[in-house]
Write a protein that binds this ligand. Structure first.
Ligand code: TNX
Length: 529
């Protein structure tokens, strides 16, 4: 009697787990009775040359999973095979997986779609609790949003290429496909520009905590290496070169480009009235456009008013405003953004800017808006009404420099608000009244991690995980297929996966087991911001 009850509980638990296995949740999964067992004889088959790389990836993974060599073939035998087929009727990132007793069939029209089919299988294998196999099932899957992003700020603190590659691996596992790289800001300029060597000779010294910290930056070869590594994982890399504000590292290297200013805000903006500034931006963008195949370049455009006091008194700048009929300093800021947009467009790229650019006069065919000011939903509404495509990364809930637990002391809060897993998971459907009218103008969703108070990898991963898993499901999965309690069950498996990789995280199920790592400085504690 007890034995039967016990078996019954095991059966219920295992079927619950079977329905709760991957992040992000697939749009449709239908299970049936039985299993496909993977063993040393299982072959990976590709039926079209375009899918060869994906077959190699899967065979490589299975080989290490089974600790055996897994054969790759191009012949269908109908027995014990995982077959990759090219279809001509699926969307770019869409895929179908059918698991039968003898054959697992994966169909996609593009290598990206096949890549996601394989990520799905890899997660199922990783999470399998009853030996190496898969439940019989059919999966039909495609993403809700085209832009499933992560932004990393490497100006405030620099992490380096091994960490970036590890992040790209996790992004791929979570079916995320846009890496927005914040490479320049006040503390440091982190990308080699051949025409302006002082940007990295001088501008790469220092970080948020230490003005004299040794130089850290990416050489152009390293940039190419990372862009290629990302491309293999179907991730596009979008560089951000912040302007006209947040430019202090560049103006430290080339003071002639600075608008001036004193104290905390010295050199915060480029000089908006000098042609040499625009020539500099043009030269930098030529090199940037050559390094990054992405159709987008991000020019920042945020928070200019923080540090442009000098614009209000500098005679040359005031004269420029008059001569060009710009009205005032805001008009000048908008002029700058339009010039930057023209330069980016002249390199064959679309400009992305923070939501300050909406009123600048750039047009939706030339620029995309990144909405960050969660307290200004009217900015999002205005961008959509004007016809802009929008990427959403509002501070609440997408900024991962905000704390994630009431007990945490290092990191931002907005009054009483901060970014728990639940707030993340409720997004973006909690703002559907703003976005519902323009579903096609929402490119997608992005987590953004600013690193003023993130100085090392332990803290970086603590802030990113497991919240990134929440963002990945917001960005991939349609609201009908989302379910928070199921997501929590899957998170336990995700944490085990991070354990295997030796990566740090916050454990929401047992917060005391993962105490908050301190920053390098007790002054890092900020209660509100
Ligand atoms: C605002 S978001 C900034 C960043 C800071 C961040 C800290 C944005 C466009 N600008 O410069 O790092 O807040 O949360």
């Amino acid at each position: 009697m007890y034995r039967r009850l016990f078996l019954c509980i095991i059966w219920v638990l295992s079927s619950v787990c079977a329905h709760a296995q991957i992040i992000p949740q697939s749009q449709e999964i239908v299970y049936s009775e039985g299993n496909f067992i993977v063993n040393n004889e299982t072959e990976v088959v590709y039926l079209s040359a375009r899918m060869q790389k994906q077959a190699e990836e899967l065979a490589g993974y299975l080989g290490s999973y089974l600790e055996a060599k897994v054969k790759i073939s191009t012949k269908y035998t109908g027995r014990n095979q995982i077959v990759l087929k090219e279809s001509n009727k699926l969307g770019g990132e869409e895929y179908l997986v059918t698991v039968g007793r003898e054959i697992v069939s994966c169909e996609a029209t593009t290598p990206a779609g096949m890549f996601y089919a394989i990520q799905t299988l890899i997660q199922f294998f990783n999470n399998a609790s009853e030996g190496p196999g898969l439940k019989l099932m059919t999966i039909k899957d495609s993403p809700r949003y085209a832009w499933r992003g992560l932004m990393l700020d490497e100006s405030r603190h620099f992490f380096g290429k091994e960490i970036v590659k590890q992040l790209l691996d996790i992004m791929a596992y979570l079916k995320m496909n846009r890496f927005h790289w914040h490479l320049t800001d006040e503390p440091g300029w982190r990308i080699e520009i051949k025409k302006y060597p002082k940007l990295t000779e001088i501008g790469a010294t220092g970080n948020w905590h230490d003005r004299n910290a040794p130089r850290k930056f990416y050489t152009q070869d390293e940039i190419r290496e990372i862009v290629a590594y990302a491309a293999e994982r179907h991730i596009q890399v979008i560089p951000e070169i912040d302007m006209p504000g947040h430019a202090s590292a560049a103006t430290r290297a080339y003071p002639e480009l600075s608008a001036g200013g004193t104290g905390r805000w010295e050199g915060f903006t480029f000089h908006p009235a000098k042609e040499t500034t625009y020539r500099f931006i043009d030269d930098v963008m030529t090199e940037i456009a050559g390094l990054f195949p992405s159709p987008y370049v991000h020019i920042g455009g945020d928070e200019v008013h923080f540090g442009n006091k000098i614009w209000y008194t500098d005679p040359e700048i005031q004269q420029f405003i008059k001569n060009n009929h710009l009205g005032n300093e805001i008009g000048l800021e908008h002029y700058f953004v339009r010039r930057a947009c023209d330069i980016v467009n002249s390199k064959g790229k679309i400009m992305i800017g923070w939501d300050e650019i909406i009123a600048s006069g750039v047009t939706p065919d030339k620029a995309v808006v990144m909405w960050w000011r969660h307290d200004k939903p009217d900015q999002l509404a205005a961008a959509l009404e004007k016809g802009f495509k929008v990427i959403m990364t509002p501070r609440i809930p997408c900024y991962f420099d905000f704390v994630q637990d009431e007990s945490h002391k290092i990191g931002r809060r907005w009054s009483t608000k901060f970014n728990t897993l639940q707030t993340i998971y409720a997004f973006p459907d909690n703002i559907s009244s703003v976005i519902a009218n323009y579903p096609d103008r929402i490119l997608g969703i992005q987590a953004s991690i600013w690193t003023e108070r993130v100085a090392d990898v332990k803290r970086l991963y603590f802030m990113l995980f497991p919240r990134l898993a929440g963002i990945s499901e917001d960005a991939w999965t349609n609201p009908e297929s989302k379910d928070y309690s199921r997501f929590e069950m899957k998170l336990r498996q995700f944490l085990r996966y991070l354990d295997q990789k030796g990566m740090n995280y916050f454990n929401p199920f047992d917060p005391e087991s993962t105490p908050e790592p301190w920053g390098p400085d007790k002054a890092d504690v900020i209660a509100e911001g």
